[in-house]
Design a protein around this ligand. Sequence first.
Ligand SMILES: *Cc1c(COP(=O)(O)O)cnc(C)c1O
Length: 433
Amino acid sequence: MSNIDQNLALFERARHIIPGGVNSPVRAFKAVGGTPRFVQRAHGAYFWDANGQRYIDYIGSWGPMILGHGHPAVLAAVQKAALDGFSFGAPTERELELAEVILRLVPSMEMVRLVSSGTEAAMSAIRLARGATGRSKLIKFEGCYHGHADALLVKAGSGLATFGNATSAGVPPEVVQHTLVLEYNNLQQLEEAFALHGKELACLMIEPIAGNMNFVRASVPFVQRCRELCTEYGALLVFDEVMTGFRVALGGAQSVYARSIPGFSPDLTVMGKVIGGGMPLAAFGGKRGVMELMAPVGPVYQAGTLSGNPIATACGLETLRQIQQPGFFEALSQKTRTLVDGLKSAAAARGVPFSADCEGGMFGFFLFDQLPQNYATVMTTDSKRFNTVFHGLLDRGIYIAPALYEAGFVSAAHSEDDIARTVAAASEAFSLL
Ligand SMILES: *Cc1c(COP(=O)(O)O)cnc(C)c1O
């Protein structure tokens, strides 16, 4: 290994040819400072950067790698599929196999369409909700991310009577004027918003367990009320399970809420990440009557050159096969729980204010005592302290998300020893605070 920091060299080279040196903003380490790690290869729970340094990976491609990297059965499925061709632009049986598995595991979905990214799936679900209801307006919640479709890059306006303001340049006000942004878990705002706009709402879209503001659960009463109000006013309840689908439980977050709310189901579900197992694949689906409004049967247009890609579907199908093995989620949940409990104990021993939560293979932690209920509280995190913990972990070979508003992910490949070493590293990182 040479003395030159190869990550830095690559980053310098990247910055001249790719804006910010990265193809998705959070990878740039802008929030935490320092040099992004360029990944050379990954295996199991680890990846190696351009300097040959190994890290225990708690990002797992932001969720998809639930089996760890390079799972042998998944790798074999991908290799086999590649031999038969990369893309056809014509239907394949494997798309049906994947669709059948999704529909069997997520019973609220009676039909599904496969696409290539979560952004595409969420955007299409909104178009479908608008087409199905003949209405334009939609509710989203502050801190929930549904991809970067124009209508969703929006923050709250002033008061409930006004609609959102764009959070990105290049999004005209007319495009976000139909998007109402509410505070997560705020029942009173929810009631008021429906009283004011309920009859104009096409849908309410929510991350049921939000993973894009670290890890924040929608409360059971909140989800229940979202369901009731949508039904009462004829709006569609859209669960964005791009992150939580096949990650927090085999049936997704909706199956977690159905334990507390008998008969619960959303109208539409958006999926991504795990269903592609690391390949570009996402989906949206719901009741047959709504889904049959999609082209070519119905009037709602949607399409994609690479949709249902044969290699991506092979990868997703084998990933879903693996996670259906008996005890898979029990073991994954237990491991994630061990990590979270370990982090809590380490923080307590160092006198560091701390809270943490997890569901299935997804977790989050906060450098304050009480679990937050909404985005504003998450963002009260002292970013300097978070950065100290982040770099403390990174220096010790532990890779968590380089931003305080992102969830973490444990895979089946993480060993007890990986978890123990992570907790030990965290204990040292906490001592730096
Ligand atoms: C990642 C994510 C998306 C966007 O998916 P992409 O594949 O990155 O476009 C949408 N919604 C949620 C909840 C996500 O976590």
